[in-house]
Design a protein around this ligand. Structure first.
Ligand code: BTN
Length: 244
């Protein structure tokens, strides 16, 4: 069977955000599996409206997927899996920090922003991926540089972003098919095996306050389960890990 992801790849020099370009193109009838790639973004976005600095050298792409509201949350998590695998292929032993940070030795090397959108009576998920492949760290603002790294800074290797993307898409195809076929438990297990948040003491800041305790698992819906100091299981659907 022909792969779905990457059946059409549209390349841009500069865009505001590849996620926004993908959404615009969905309005014009872009198909499932279309990939938008840009050399740089001038208004790259992360979760909770944070900026994602996107100078030339990094990989910035968005993949147009079909889904539903429930699979969207799991896809947010699952999208990190192929990114970690690609980094490992290029010798960086990256891991995931719930929900979607890609880190190496506590420094952020990549991130994922999945956004759901209705177009033409269909629910789409735009899966945005940013990876600091060849980003010169001195092109990042000081406050970002303190907690970020890049594949090139860690290995000295200048990777081809096209080859990196091709690897991500091959691995993502398996994850995407699993998310559609209802193999959510195996996807969750694969995620947890790569996620260092599991078994850690955490403080998760959420819209309803901070949840403190030990992260024990991720549900098939993508929520983090924290056992708090009173031994109660708390499911956190969205939040940011504050400290360990
Ligand atoms: C995060 O760390 O909070 C997520 C960062 C996601 C960045 C990528 S880069 C490609 C795509 N376009 C965006 O504007 N954001 C995502």
């Amino acid at each position: 069977m022909e792969p779905i992801l990457g059946r059409r790849i549209l390349r841009f020099d500069a865009v505001e955000s590849t996620n926004d370009t993908a959404k615009e193109l969905l309005g014009e009838g872009a198909e499932e599996g279309t990939v938008i790639v840009a050399e740089r973004q001038v208004a790259g976005r992360g979760r909770h409206g944070r900026a994602w600095f996107s100078p030339p050298g990094g990989l910035y792409c968005s993949i147009v997927l079909k889904g539903d509201e429930t699979s969207a949350r799991l896809l947010t998590l699952a999208t990190g899996i192929p990114v970690v695998k690609a980094l490992r292929h290029w010798s960086v032993l990256a891991t995931l920090k719930w929900p979607n940070d890609v880190v190496f030795r506590d420094r952020k090397i990549g991130g994922v922003l999945c956004e759901g959108v209705y177009r033409h009576d269909t629910y789409w998920v735009v899966a945005g991926i940013g990876v600091n492949t060849n980003v010169p760290l001195d092109r990042l603002p000081e406050e970002v540089r303190r907690t970020a790294t890049s594949l090139k800074a860690e290995t000295g290797i200048e990777v081809s972003n096209d080859e990196f993307l091709a690897y991500v898409l091959r691995e993502y195809e398996k994850v995407y098919l699993a998310s559609r076929s209802g193999s959510r438990n195996s996807l969750t297990r694969e995620y947890m095996a790569l996620c260092t948040t599991i078994r850690q003491k955490v403080a998760v800041s959420t819209a309803n306050g901070t949840v403190r305790g030990t992260a024990v698992e991720v549900t098939p819906q993508g929520a983090l389960v924290v056992v708090d100091e009173a031994g109660k299981r708390v499911e956190v659907a969205d939040g940011s890990i504050e400290a360990s």
